[in-house]
Ligand binder design. Structure first.
Ligand SMILES: O=P(O)(O)OP(=O)(O)OP(=O)(O)OC[C@H]1O[C@@H](n2cnc3c(O)ncnc32)[C@H](O)[C@@H]1O
Ligand SMILES: [Mg+2]
Length: 202
């Protein structure tokens, strides 16, 4: 029987991307497959801290191995903001948040609009002391208007070196270059260990 792994996220966009990345080595459960679990407070100051506290909280609450994702957009002209506060940058929808960002950057010239998406993934096993963390980054810049309809979150305003916005990529193209895709490739050996019953992280 395949081992079960909980994707410990409330974000549908992340869940869709992680499902696409993991393939069929593990049996994936989403939070929506389980009775409601109170959301942990994300009071860490780094992506790694928040990913770990989410993974540990959901692993303990369910008794399942849990993979959590903490991610966000770090904008150089804003000294790294919104960073770990990307989800809380503005009330409302993803669109409200990227519109606020475009407003904050109005008048900032192209060469100063550099930014990076960052993703920390954490795999926590219930009752085990260690949690494994892998981080991925993706460099780009903030555009002047939203473009594209794929992806989620800040994707329409994140422009890649090739000129396309992240929301103009197919899900396969995004997975190949994104912060989440990069972090996932580093996490993969640990998930394969979990699937084969070998000690994870050993
Ligand atoms: O904490 P969970 O339950 O996983 O869900 P969340 O949406 O609150 O997730 P975070 O706390 O990690 O906040 C991530 C923020 O960064 C944005 N973000 C993360 N990855 C992204 C991506 O691949 N493309 C666009 N925006 C992304 C996302 O829209 C959120 O506003
Ligand atoms: Mg969150």
């Amino acid at each position: 029987m395949k081992p079960r792994l909980l994707f410990a996220t409330t974000n549908k966009g992340k869940l869709r991307e992680l499902r696409g990345l993991v393939g069929d080595v593990v049996d994936v459960l989403a939070l929506s497959d389980l009775p409601p679990i109170p959301e942990p407070v994300e009071d860490g100051v780094t992506f790694e801290e928040n990913a770990e506290l989410k993974a540990r909280a959901y692993a303990e609450a369910t008794g399942l191995p849990a993979l959590a994702d903490d991610s966000g957009l770090c904008v150089d002209a804003l000294e790294g903001r919104p960073g770990v506060y990307s989800a809380r940058y503005a009330e409302g929808s993803d669109k409200d948040r990227y519109e606020k960002l475009l407003g904050e950057l109005s008048g900032v010239p192209d060469e100063k609009r550099t930014a990076a998406f960052v993703c920390a993934l954490c795999l926590a096993l219930p009752g085990k002391g260690r949690a494994l963390i892998e981080v991925g980054r993706c460099e780009g810049r903030i555009g002047h208007a939203p473009r594209g309809s794929h992806g989620f979150g800040y994707d329409p305003v994140f422009v890649l070196p090739g000129g396309k916005s992240m929301a103009e990529l197919t899900s396969e193209e995004k997975a190949g270059i994104s912060h989440r895709g990069v972090a996932f490739q580093k996490m993969k050996p640990h998930l394969l260990a979990l699937a084969s019953g070998s000690p994870v992280g050993g």
